[in-house]
Design a binder for this molecule. Sequence first.
Ligand code: COA
Length: 562
Amino acid sequence: MRILLLTHTFNSLTQRIFIELSGLGHDLSVEFDINDGVTEEAVELFRPHLILAPYLRRAIPESIWRNYTTLVVHPGIVGDRGPSAIDWAILEGESEWGVTVLQAEAEMDAGPIWATETFAMREGTKSSLYRNEVTEAALKAVLRAVERVGDYNSGTWRPTPLDEASSRGRLRPVMKPEDRSIDWISDDTATVLNKIRASDSFPGVLDALFGKPCHIFDAHEFAGHGSPGELAGRVGDGVVKFTSDGAIWIGHAKRSDYWPGIKLPTALAFPEAAELPELLEESGDIRYQEENSVGYLHFDFYNGAMGTTACKRLLAAYIKARSRPTRVIVLMGGSDFFSNGLDLNLIEASESPSDESSLNIEAMDDLCQAILETDGQLTVSALQGNAGAGGAFLALAADEVWARSGVILNPHYKNMGNLYGSEFWTYRLPLRVGEDQASQIMQNRLPIGVQEAKRLGFIDDHFGKDVAEFVSQVEARASALASSPEFTDRLSAKRSSRAIDEAAKSLAQYRSEELSHMQRNFYGFDPSYHVARHHFVQKTPHSWTPRHLARHRELGWMVPED
Ligand code: COA
């Protein structure tokens, strides 16, 4: 079928649906929901057999749903309606939630039901639930709905009207700032964390720090007791605030009263934080553990963004891990993201984005180089979550790359204003996938799923239906690798192939060639990278759908006849 994805943005769920349906042989194109007239034009050009709306923020025009089968993915159980579905589910402590695929009609989310899936809720942020449980359930429901299109068209199957479906779901309003707001005197830690999780990563909880209004994000429980609402001190780049029965650590804040109005580590958003007592030096985003001759290095950076300091801290932790008497080092990344490369928010907020970009990529390359030069252990990248741009190439610095089934990779840089990229991609990518595939991956700018990534050789394997299952299999496989009778041979083969590669072209050479392109991106005449980064961090709404997604707008596109 020709399937048009009508969506607010090409977000992670939309990317996953795009990958899976394309993999089944369907013909996919994407149109961003910008303007009714433009959507109508897209439909005329693509003449889809089905329109799927995985992520919309407003109603679909009647001219579309009356004439085309149009299915909406709603992140709620049957009967749930409204734009704050997951927010309410978290805030109201639902133990089970779901995703429903329903037919678009005049009333939003109230059309007949095509498919639904449920899942157990977990203590996680809204965006973490969205990227994991919601995405997996949505995918199952979408696949089932797509299978039903033929029977629907032939009249042998009909979707269930909402009033015939039994469910506790109901219409709920948009969640307002006051529904999320924290009463620091009476709210206990669990309540405070629940409100923040229900609002993370968007829109955050409107609160105040140092007497100034801001939205807060990225919170964890912290041991301590004190006067509720008071700031206890600083830990890493976050601050600790007392609740009615304990304390929480607040990692990120967004000020609306002060330039640049984007999410930043709290201590950077509020320079006043420097005056607070330092309770602990490190915030716990980097963790190392060791078992059965395997060292596991976890780095759980907010949104997978790795700024200059984060890269340097991780390099120090890596060098320490490398000095241990282990046989295997596993780079675990974070549970939601492996890495998304340079921290574009920190770059945007710096005095000189060009200089900060340069420092950041040097720090990232130092880390990649240390991994590439490891000759005493075998190294593995274990992708629990998605990886994009430099973060995807950081993974390739390791000897083996394993990914959780369902992970999405965006191994290209061009979407960020034609950024050339570094992280030794010019060495590692062709080595893994061949020159032709390497240039296609870089030019296509499209996400790839784990099946395709394995077929291409970008990753070595994928497994585990969820994070817990993936991590336990990573542990088993890494231990097996460390105790394998072939370990010594593998290590010496790695050393000799690195020596051969180094003689053919040194790492220093790859690095300096890549960085000379990057210098032009950062300091050259063409400002595309700076413009693209600004729009990305400021979340400027789209005014058109990029051509690489809207295939129906490609030059030479022929309107299908059938
Ligand atoms: N720096 C700072 N923040 C980043 C980031 C980065 N490199 N990459 C992602 N984020 C943030 C997003 O702003 C978003 O923030 P919010 O939810 O707190 O508002 C969050 O991480 C999730 O990203 P989003 O774009 O919504 O996820 P996605 O799954 O739709 O798309 C990517 C994933 C990787 C395609 C996309 O995030 C991206 O292009 N990131 C930039 C990668 C890059 O160019 N890095 C620099 C060069 S190495």
